[in-house]
Design a protein around this ligand. Structure first.
Ligand code: ATP
Ligand code: MG
Ligand code: MG
Length: 554
């Protein structure tokens, strides 16, 4: 469990509880539109809403805001449910669909018409837009604004009955065309769309707009605190206006509270752009490990705890800001540093022969499963005459400050012996094929002789006979620009061409039994997760989730 830091929303709830405004009730909701997969921005909202419900003994609803059938699909509903569950939250029986309120919303619309607070406008969309005015120019009344209520009611019923094609009429709230807030200039609250809905089928050919649907859904579900991002601040007067008109018909008037959305560097945070990446095959799907969708982060190796830690760490405020990607990566490092088993993986193998080690001999060396957790025990690393090390751990002509292996230099084979490089074997092209060393039998790690000589280099290795070739996807950031969707060019021109590299690495034999989604620290490299889709029994595929340290740009 995480320490809970206070924020302005918690202060509002504390005050409401003190005054008894909601009789101590706290009811929130997470209201995604099922028009794509959830992204890391949504995680902020999920952790906020479900977190408040948890901490105040309240409930949080999962509500699908499904009023836009052309862009919505059951696949997205299922994916959203999966991601919320995966993050560790449970809506219990509180799953709702705005489409379940279509009948109620329709009745409320008729009620507004009857009261003279809504009217059918028969102008085209373009005409409506023109009369709406702008920030500096007040709007003008529609010629249909004073249409008698009975006529509007008749037209509205015929709209529902399917008598009119798309775009011929809309229902508008009658508020104030001169309001400085454009959202209050007689907003459209219903439109005609002859389109199949994934849940209501062909029952409806008119659909309510977001601003009308959302506040009523909140009220019907008796939400107490309706939390949304800052873009909706200007919609709050409309939220309140609609509920004020319906005061006699609804059980309560929830409070809309806005908070700053998450902006994360090297990410795009809009479903529309994420869809473009999927449909244009710039990535391999919504759950591509490079995507900042929750499904993608999960596949990459992010843990639910790391994402919850991240949302807690960035906090909740009223001011928009950018969060650096390293903050998210550090949260994963923190979580996995504590929870991941240590293993060895050699990403770019180089053969090393220990000349004075008897052929066929196998010596057990012991490596801790976690350096800070002796209770996790040790595993055996067999040492044999031929081992593999990383290519990067050898330099024929060492640069200044290079403390790893080079001709004549001495390093420690981690958990084993000091070795000294005595010769290098090259092929006809002059490339290094193998290196030869001698080891000092008096220097085994964990014995008194280990400290005979201090060396700076301490490199990892695997016995050639035991090492298992395994596929590893080395991922890097999807974009090479920190603000891909605010640059001068199309966001796709900032895609990082080196964001995915497939290699065959060598790993410890025990890693062949990795379970899907199990994460390991490959010593000195970073954290790697067994891909949840492509890992098969005895044949893992690993995704590099994050490097050990922040190496971006270095
Ligand atoms: P998109 O533009 O990607 O479609 P959206 O806001 O339209 O995002 P919804 O499905 O409507 O997506 O969002 C559900 C909830 O998630 C909303 O309450 C919204 O405020 C919240 N949310 C979406 N993006 C972010 C973000 N970047 N940071 C915090 N909350 C977010
Ligand atoms: Mg939306
Ligand atoms: Mg949106």
């Amino acid at each position: 469990t995480l320490p809970i830091s206070s924020n302005f929303i918690r202060n509002i709830i504390d005050e409401d509880n003190r005054t008894g405004k909601w009789n101590g009730r706290v009811e929130t909701r997470f209201p995604p539109e099922p028009n794509g997969y959830l992204h890391i921005g949504h995680a902020k909202s999920i952790c906020l809403n479900f977190g408040l419900a948890r901490d105040y003994d309240g409930v949080c609803h999962l509500r699908f805001d499904d009023t836009n059938p052309e862009k919505e699909a059951q696949e997205y509903v299922d994916a959203i449910c999966d991601s919320v569950k995966w993050l560790g939250f449970d809506w219990g029986k509180h799953i709702y669909y705005a489409s379940d309120y279509f009948e109620k919303l329709y009745e409320f619309a008729e009620y507004l018409i009857t009261k003279g607070q809504a009217y059918i406008d028969s102008q085209s969309a373009e005409e409506i837009r023109q009369l709406r005015g702008s920030l500096i120019q007040p709007g003008q009344n529609s010629p249909y604004r004073d249409r008698p209520a009975a006529e509007s009611l008749d037209l509205f019923r015929r709209m529902r009955a399917g008598e009119f094609p798309d775009g011929t009429h809309v229902l508008r709230a009658k508020i104030d065309m001169t309001s400085p807030n454009i959202n209050m200039r007689d907003p459209v609250i219903y439109r005609i769309r002859h389109i199949h809905h994934q849940r209501t089928g062909d029952k409806w050919c008119i659909y309510p707009m977001y601003d009308f649907t959302h506040c009523i859904s909140d009220a019907l579900e008796q939400i107490t605190h309706s939390l949304c991002t800052l873009e909706f601040e200007d919609h709050r007067p409309l939220y309140d206006w609609v509920l004020d008109q319906l005061v006699e018909r609804i059980p309560c008037h929830p409070q809309q509270i806005e908070f700053a959305r998450l902006n994360l560097t090297y990410c795009v945070m809009s479903k529309r752009k994420l869809i473009e990446l999927v449909e244009g095959h710039f990535v391999e799907g919504w759950d591509d490990p490079r995507m900042n969708t929750l499904a993608g982060l999960r596949r990459r190796g992010y843990t639910p705890a790391s994402i919850r830690l991240f949302t807690e760490r960035i906090g909740i405020s009223k001011a928009d800001s950018w969060i650096d990607m390293t903050v998210l990566e550090d949260c994963l490092r923190e979580d996995l540093n504590e929870h991941a088993l240590r293993r060895i993986g050699i990403l770019k193998p180089l053969k090393l022969v220990i000349d004075n080690f008897t052929e066929g001999r196998e010596e057990e060396c012991y490596a801790p499963n976690h350096p800070q957790k002796p209770e996790w025990g040790k595993r055996v690393l067999p040492l044999t005459k031929t081992v593999y090390i990383e290519q990067d751990d050898f330099m024929e002509i060492p640069s200044k400050g290079y403390f790893r292996l080079s001709p004549g230099a001495e390093v420690r084979l981690r958990y084993a012996y000091l070795i000294k490089c005595v010769s290098v074997v090259k092929n006809d092209q002059g490339e290094i094929e193998e290196i030869h060393c001698v080891y000092d039998p008096a220097t085994k790690s964990g014995t008194a002789g280990a400290e005979i000589r201090k060396v700076k280099g301490n490199i990892h290795w695997l016995s050639a006979r035991h090492a298992q070739p395994t596929e590893i996807r080395v991922y890097d950031r999807l974009f090479n620009h920190p603000h891909p969707d605010t640059g001068d060019k199309d966001f796709k021109s900032y895609l990082n061409p080196h964001s995915k590299q497939i290699i065959t690495a060598l790993v410890e034999p025990s890693l062949l039994d990795a379970q899907t989604e199990q994460c390991f620290q490959f010593e000195r490299h970073g954290y790697f997760a067994a891909d949840r889709i492509e890992t098969k029994p005895g044949k893992p595929v690993f995704n590099r989730a994050v490097t050990l340290r922040d190496t971006w740009g270095k």
